[in-house]
Design a protein around this ligand. Sequence first.
Ligand code: GLY
Length: 355
Amino acid sequence: MSKFTRRDFLKTGVGAGAAAFVPVGLGRAAALTAAADARPRVVSSGNGIRATQKAMEIIKAGGDPLDAVIAGVNIVEDDPDDMSVGYGGLPNEDGVVELDSSVMYGPTHTAGAVAALRNIKNPSKVARLVMERTDHVLLVGEGALKFARAHGFKEEDLLTEKSRAAWLRWKETMSDRDNWFPPKSDNVPEELRSVMSTHGTINCIALDAAGILAGVTTTSGLSWKLSGRVGDSPIIGAGLYVDNEIGAAGSTGRGEANLQTCASFRIVDFMGHGLSPEQACLKTCEAIAVKTKLVPRLCDGEGRPKFGLNFYALNKKGEFGAACLYEGGTYAVHDGVENKLRDAAYLFKRREKIR
Ligand code: GLY
């Protein structure tokens, strides 16, 4: 359980006075009031339909939203068949899985994160302990692993046979000017062909009936990355941001583009200025498309980004939305009544394969 209980939240007056409290320095129009129907909500990326279901069950049973979203994404972290998160995630260029994750808790406005964490399949649980059991926000690499060991996490090889085979195929087919050769008969299963390069991730954000917001993002990051590369997922304000007076946002897709635009912070700030979650996500997509034009290698012939990036948002009123750079994205929502995948808004129609 989170240290900060629902009772604490109401007792401090932070929750009770939320509608009257506008954080200074952000120029917000107004803090939003809690959901009129007081129904909880859970929003996740398109690979998160099991996470939204699990998180909602926990919230409806009286659990804390942070416990709920972490338990939700743990299902995907533990799943060897999801090759973008946790166990079975695609490795770096050396064939080593390095995981990134962050959590943020609205009532205390506190966050925790780990980056380039090896051998621990639930980085979201470690990120939560960074938030609750240290005076820090982000631990990386060997330091993050030492911290996880200190808390009794079990070390294991996160590479599955499938993710090792995918990595080896990438290694052997990357260039004909090195010493690695692909097998003579190239009978590669279709499932391995389709995972040759990914930015997959899971984000999950939730609001309970008392107005508590929380979120988590967790990933194995860009496949075949340089060792030590850190994406947007563990960076507060990029892959995740929660402001308990306004809303929460998270991201999946090309982390580098997000890191250079602080997208999740922007989305929450836009919501604070009155934009709907979907409008806030779309406006952030537009900003990224404009900045990407400054880097020709990242643009197609029409000046559009050659990569995918997706945003998910939930405001204090319980409104939610998502937007992607390209059409075809989905996101998972449990609105307190039903749990289903929905179509995300998008900036561009898809005309060619993107990275
Ligand atoms: N958004 C995941 C990553 O780029 O690492």
